[in-house]
Design a protein around this ligand. Structure first.
Ligand SMILES: Nc1ncnc2c1ncn2[C@@H]1O[C@H](COP(=O)(O)OP(=O)(O)O)[C@@H](O)[C@H]1O
Ligand SMILES: [Mg+2]
Length: 339
């Protein structure tokens, strides 16, 4: 069963002609226990997509969707009260930058404990105890002592772990993790991933994992959504992208992303792809990737819709029925490599 269904999500930041069309029609679902990776170059709208799911967008943003369904609860487009009750409780986020999530004036132990009092009705003592347990699980040594400290007394990696403890304290149904391991050393990264994996296995937590690390995606994700210029350009089960990707056809952008990673197992960060993504203040009317695409066709001046096949969704004219027919007439087998 799906815990979350999002259809045609749109986010515009700012007003007037220079507003940023940061998210331009994103649809996806999260099933119980699903680990969905959200990948794409910097600026493609991943963080804004994540933040919009918690109603934490920058001020002067407008968010619209045809559907925002959390289990049986249909969420309204711009009603902040209802989202506030869900945040930290049924929906939680691990932010890219811990300082945006933590209150500099509060002891970290209390910041982890507070949502447990508010949403779970624990006493302050019980919640404090639970906070220390969570800190210990995240390998924060001297947790009892450290719980009394303030954020500025922690290193970056340590703060990241405090924030993860905060996010998972109430065992949310849906956890959005925005590049949560980027600042951590490899050992701690592994621990954090193990913990997230355990959460989804034991509690059925659905995880939307925003990352640059395709190695992690290949290892742990069930499904992948690839974002480009505010849109999902391709999504499907993880096998679509990693196993047999030499026989399955991929969106030219996904191909370029994968080609930019020299060694998946090494967890190397994305290398650049030639050219620039479009300016999201003035998104192109056609395919946003066309200007950088080696397989560009005339029709790419028009915006492709999201086409579906057995491997997932693909926003590229190559999946249009007419193009498929053309390919088969040329004697090319569907799924063959074109370059
Ligand atoms: N607070 C903000 N004000 C204005 N524009 C923003 C703000 N935050 C993000 N953006 C813009 O929204 C777009 C998507 O950004 P973001 O979601 O942060 O990308 P990603 O997380 O994929 O790197 C970018 O063009 C970015 O410049
Ligand atoms: Mg981001």
């Amino acid at each position: 069963m799906n815990l979350l269904n999002v259809e045609n999500l749109q986010v515009e930041i700012g007003r007037g002609p220079n507003s940023v069309k940061a998210v331009r029609g994103v649809s996806f679902s999260l099933a119980e226990g699903e680990f969905r990776a959200l990948v794409g170059e910097s600026g493609s709208g991943k963080s804004i997509t994540g933040l919009s799911l918690l109603d934490l967008l920058p001020s002067k943003s407008v968010r619209r969707a045809d559907r925002f369904q959390l289990e049986n609860l249909a969420l309204p487009n711009q009603h902040h009260g209802q989202w506030r009750k869900l945040r930290g409780n049924r929906l939680a986020m691990i932010f890219q930058n811990p300082m945006t999530a933590l209150d500099p004036t509060q002891k970290v132990g209390w910041q982890i404990a507070e949502p447990l009092c508010i949403h779970r009705g624990l006493s302050r003592r019980q919640a404090w105890q639970r906070a220390i347990e969570l800190m210990e699980r995240l390998a924060i040594t001297d947790a009892e002592k450290r719980a009394h400290r303030y954020p500025f007394e922690f290193s970056g990696g340590m703060l990241q772990r405090v924030m993860i403890a905060m996010a998972i304290a109430c065992e949310p149904q849906i956890l959005i993790a925005d590049e949560p391991t980027t600042a951590l050393d490899v050992g701690v990264q592994q621990e954090v991933l193990g913990l997230l994996n355990e959460l989804r296995e034991s509690r059925g937590t659905a995880i939307l994992f925003i990352t640059h690390d395709l190695g992690v995606v290949a290892k742990i994700a069930d499904s992948v959504s690839v974002m480009y210029a505010g849109q999902v350009v391709e999504q499907g089960p993880v096998e679509t992208f990693f196993t047999g990707s030499t026989t399955k056809e991929l969106h030219p952008y996904s191909k370029a992303l994968l080609a930019a990673v020299p060694d998946l197992s090494g967890g190397k960060p994305l290398q650049g792809i030639a050219g620039q993504p479009p300016d999201l203040r003035r998104p192109p009317s056609g395919c946003g990737f066309a200007a950088r695409c080696s397989q560009r066709m005339e029709i790419c001046d028009q915006a492709p819709e999201l086409f579906h096949d057995a491997n997932g969704d693909h926003r590229c004219w190559r999946w249009h029925e007419a193009f498929q027919t053309y390919l088969s007439q040329q004697g090319q087998v569907r799924g063959a490599q074109h370059d």
